[in-house]
Write a new protein. Structure first.
Length: 71
């Protein structure tokens, strides 16, 4: 799982932190000052790279990795 996390780009890691903290795509987009479609794009890549089949899986992975939003 750590290797999968390290394969994420810095931007994907940032999106992962916000999404797993419970923010909706629109809120993440606002916090990062990007378009909502950009967040959806990154979120899809994150799910695939991390091998998560659901948001709940991704949240569990984030918790075990200690991923937290920086803002």
């Amino acid at each position: 799982m750590t290797a999968s996390f390290e394969s994420l780009t810095p931007r994907e890691r940032e999106v992962m932190a916000f999404v797993t903290a419970g923010l909706m795509n629109k809120q993440v987009a606002s916090a990062m000052d990007v378009a909502e479609i950009t967040v959806k794009f990154h979120r899809g890549h994150i799910m695939r790279k991390m091998g998560a089949s659901s948001l709940a899986d991704l949240v569990r992975m984030a918790d075990s990795l200690g991923v937290r939003p920086s803002k």
